[in-house]
Design a protein around this ligand. Structure first.
Ligand SMILES: O=c1[nH]c(=O)c2[nH]c(=O)[nH]c2[nH]1
Length: 297
């Protein structure tokens, strides 16, 4: 009985590429997840460890990012075709290329009824939440949402931070800021309409995210919490949890391509986790309002 190597292919899975177009103050966003796989005479790599025909998956990754810049991502079909053709036509041993792409859509945030130039909320609505506690101390209502994914392509800085012997982060005055926001708010009184209150609070927070020239996510959270309480006076406390979804500028200079702040790698972990509570100074006692049960908390 002989044993033979069957089908094989190899590539780089899930390159999380975010391509902005920043030619004018009104930016555009294309957010994609790209997997490459090459097919061809790669048996020696498997059978005897011969890499001479193997274009590293790292190179495939770099190519996917570089093409996002040079070809653009007007459509994922055209971008994928350009990438696949490149591997097959320009890289000698490659006989076939399979490129799989997912695209995540974003809706432009509106501020005062006007579409914002560089802030979006990811399509697919956030999940609205509520936690109600009734006990001897009274009735407590907490509203909120989770998974509100929001991003701005400029208007965010992080600089002048504390530096020690382990600090390598470079200060920046123009970065992408993105989070998947979890917000909970406690009502001190019953509003005229719960649903209207929800919409007003969410809009107040989203607007602050868009319009504050952010010096840190911490500062943005403060403004969001404060704006929510100002917009709906029945609110007495807002608790915010914001993972800092890091977007790293992809180094294309190595290939002689200027990035110009348009091609980013969207990292999924680790992430900064910024939390804040904003309250009125005369908020009534919360009692057990924040005590979770084992269920959805
Ligand atoms: O908005 C930020 N806050 C931080 O505390 C922090 N830390 C970091 O590395 N990047 C950022 N960004």
């Amino acid at each position: 009985m002989g044993i033979i190597l069957g089908g094989n292919q190899y590539g780089k899975a899930e390159n999380r590429i975010v391509r902005f177009v920043r030619d004018t103050p009104r930016h555009e966003i294309r957010d994609i997840n790209v997997t490459t796989a090459l097919r061809g005479p790669f048996e020696p790599a498997y059978l005897v460890g011969d890499q001479s025909n193997v274009l590293p998956t790292d190179t495939q990754k770099n190519t996917a990012y570089a093409y996002a810049k040079t070809e653009g991502v007007e459509s994922i079909e055209a971008y994928g075709l350009a990438l696949a053709r490149h591997f097959v036509r320009d890289v000698e041993p490659v006989e076939g290329a399979r490129i799989e792409i997912e695209q995540y859509d974003w809706d432009r945030v509106s501020v005062g009824g006007v579409e914002h130039d560089h802030t979006w909320v990811r399509k697919g609505q956030e999940v609205r939440t509520a936690a109600i506690t009734v006990d001897a101390t009274g009735e407590h209502v907490i509203g909120g949402f989770k998974d509100l994914v929001i991003l701005k392509s400029t208007g965010s800085e992080f600089a002048d931070f504390l530096v020690d012997e382990f600090t390598t982060l470079e200060p920046t005055h123009d970065r992408v800021m993105a989070t998947s926001l979890v917000a909970e708010w406690r009502f001190g009184a019953v509003p005229a309409d719960w649903n209207t209150a929800y919409d007003t609070i969410k809009q107040a927070m989203v607007e602050q995210f868009a319009i504050v020239q952010s010096l840190a996510l911490q500062q943005t959270l403060w403004h969001m919490g404060k704006a929510a309480i100002e917009a709906v006076p029945e609110l007495v406390e807002v608790r915010l949890k914001a993972p800092n979804k890091h977007h790293f500028l992809y180094d294309l200079e190595r290939f002689g391509i200027e990035n110009n702040g348009e091609v980013f790698h969207a990292d999924d972990r680790p992430y900064g986790l910024i939390e804040a509570t904003v309250t009125t100074d005369d908020a009534p006692p919360a009692g057990d309002a924040w005590l979770p049960s084992a269920g959805l908390a």
